[in-house]
Write a protein that binds this ligand. Sequence first.
Ligand code: ADP
Ligand code: MG
Length: 286
Amino acid sequence: MSADPTRPVLDVTGLDVHYRRRHGRLHALRAATLSVAPGETVGVIGETGSGKSTLARAVLGLVRPSAGRVVVAGEDVTGHSARRWRALRRRGVLQYVFQDPLRSLDPDLSVEESLVEPLLIAGRTRAEAAARVRAQLARVHLDAALLSRLPGELSGGQRQRVAVARALVTDPELVILDEPVSALDSANRVRALELLKHLRDAGTALLFISHDLGSVAGVADRIAVLYQGEIVEVGPARSVVNAPRHPYTRLLVGSAPTLRSAAADRTRRDALRDLLHSAAHATTDA
Ligand code: ADP
Ligand code: MG
C-alpha cells in the first residue's frame, strides 16, 4: 500500500480511558501519547493491568476514550461510529492479532476461509483472494496442507501463524499485536518472533504489545513503557534496554532473564527502592 512516508500510520495524543466500576471509576489510561511511523515497529511493555490492552482497544475503537485523539493513516477515528469503523476495516488499513488466536479466528471457518474472508470484505474476487492467500502462506511459513483445517485442528503455534497471516492478507499499513507470543511455548515463540521481524523488514508497521521486555527488545525499533496507565518512557529500543531512565523500566530490564547482567541486578535494586518510594507518595483516583 502506498503511503505518505512522512505521516505516521498511528498518532495517539493525550488518550484517557476510564472504566466504570461498581465503586467509582478506574483511570486505566492516562494522557497516552504515542506515534508509529510507516514501517516502524513500536513495542509497548508493562506489567499485567498497566493498561496495554486498553491502549490497543482504544486504538481499535473497541473502547471509547474520555479524552484524546486517535489518528489512523491520516484519518481521525476518535468517536467514529460503528459504521465508519466498518468502512475503515473494509479498507484493510489496520489489522490486529490478540493473545488468544481463537479470539481472532472463527472456529467454524477453515484456515482458507478465514484467510479469504478479509479479502472478500475488501472487495477482491474469490479467485483473486484464493491466489493471494496461497502467496501469503509461504510468507508466514504455513503449509498449504493446513488450508482445509479448522482452528481446533491446529497446534497453538500454527493457529497464531494463521491469525498473523489473516491480519496480513490485506497488506495493512499497521498491525496491532496484543501479547501475540505470550501463549506460545518457547520454540513457537522464537518462530513467531522471527515472523514478526520478517514483517517489520517487509515494511509493515507494528504496534507490538507485551508484558515481556525480552520478546519486544529484539523486534522493536522503539519501546514505550506503560506503568499504571501512563507512558513513563519512550525511546529507541537500545536505549530503553541499555540505559533505562524511569525506575520502573530499570526494574523491567533487571527482571528480564535474557537481558540480565550484574549491572542490571544492581540497577534493579535501586529501581525497586525508587519505586517503593514513589508508590508511597502516589495519588490515585481509582
Ligand atoms: P494489561 O493489558 O496491561 O494487562 P488492561 O488494559 O487489560 O491491562 O487493564 C488495565 C486496567 O483496567 C486493569 O486494572 C484492569 O483490571 C482494568 N480493566 C480492563 N478492562 C476493564 C473493563 N472492561 N472494566 C473495568 N475495568 C477494566
Ligand atoms: Mg492485556
